[in-house]
Ligand binder design. Structure first.
Ligand code: PMP
Length: 306
């Protein structure tokens, strides 16, 4: 279970953790009408730094906007609210979960008559796929579940309902003894993990599926593309056939929870040398130096809580 922290920011004020509750007849409970974000806060010599806070809150607004939903707070107010929650909970390093949902009023499918509510929680959280995985890599499978087709569920909206698809991918992978599943899109091309974007390395070039392959355009993905550019490594956003996974020199996941996690096998076929490869290691170590304040934050990615 989640370890409680002191406060949750709940519709404009900090309330005690146990008081941030909703009614069972809330629209979100029945129809998945929520939008959320996941952010990490890192400990640095200048205090707790929230990684790319403003882009995350912008994505939250966009996720809701796709669903004709206007948040009752501005971008600036949401950014300030996250900082206030981190401060109130004295969070030094951990995970931040803002969530917007349709509350309690009507029973029908139409969400528009229901209140738009906002909560922000913080929790302590270590490595999503295990500490050892960051070095050794994880064993994954190609899922029998596809990502949703274009123009069905909007993949660029980080909406609660989308995660029913992620849950199918994750449960199947775990049931079959893998750490994670990679979904193909409805054209059979590589899409992403249940909660991570995917990168493929072959002959010194890095490939990642484009936005058109039913992916969430991850903020870690964007950061890694930038870091690879800084390191002088070529990146191509292009369609990736499934078989590229098996003949890759290196594979890795990116995501707020997963950070940068190497993949050492797909469907029990060894990837490259079967451990973290040199490009993965280079981008991973650069990423961690920046977020821990050990290397200049030249892109302005760290937003300090105080
Ligand atoms: N894809 C999916 C389906 C996700 O849930 C996540 C996690 N938010 C990502 C990709 C990675 O996105 P980010 O780097 O912004 O956390």
């Amino acid at each position: 279970p989640i370890a409680k922290m002191d406060y949750i920011w709940f519709n404009g004020e900090l309330v005690e953790w146990d008081k941030a509750t909703i009614h069972v007849m809330s629209h979100v409970v029945h129809y998945g009408s929520s939008f959320f974000e996941g952010l990490r806060c890192y400990e640095t010599p200048q205090g707790p730094a929230i990684f790319r806070l403003t882009p995350h809150m912008r994505r939250l607004i966009d996720s809701a906007h796709i669903y004709r939903t206007k948040l009752p707070y501005t971008l600036e107010e949401l950014v300030a609210a996250v900082k206030a929650t981190v401060k109130a909970n004295r969070l030094r390093a951990g995970y931040i979960r803002p969530v917007v949902y349709r509350g309690y009023s009507e029973i029908g499918v139409n969400p528009l008559g229901n209140p738009v509510e906002v909560a922000i929680a913080t929790i302590e959280w270590g490595k999503y796929l295990g500490a050892e995985a960051m070095e050794q890599g994880v064993d994954v499978c190609v899922s029998s579940w596809n990502r949703f087709a274009p123009n069905t569920m909007p993949a660029m909206s980080k909406a609660g309902g989308n995660y029913m698809n992620s849950q199918l991918i994750k449960m199947e992978a775990l049931a079959n003894g893998y750490s994670e599943g990679i979904a193909l899109d409805t054209n059979g091309q590589v899409s992403e993990g249940s909660g991570e974007n995917l990168f493929v390395v072959r002959d010194g070039v890095v490939y990642t599926p484009p936005a058109g392959s039913s992916i969430l355009t991850g903020i870690t993905r964007d950061s890694v593309i930038t870091l690879l550019g800084d390191l002088g490594i070529e990146v191509r956003e292009q369609v990736i056939p499934r078989e590229m996974l098996y003949i890759a020199d290196e594979l890795f996941f990116t995501g707020t929870a997963a950070e940068i996690t190497p993949i050492r096998s797909v469907d029990r076929i060894t990837v490259g040398a079967g451990r973290r490869g040199p490009i993965t290691e280079q981008v991973q170590s650069t990423f961690f130096r920046i977020v821990h304040g050990e290397q200049a934050d030249t892109h302005g990615w760290l937003e300090y809580a105080e």
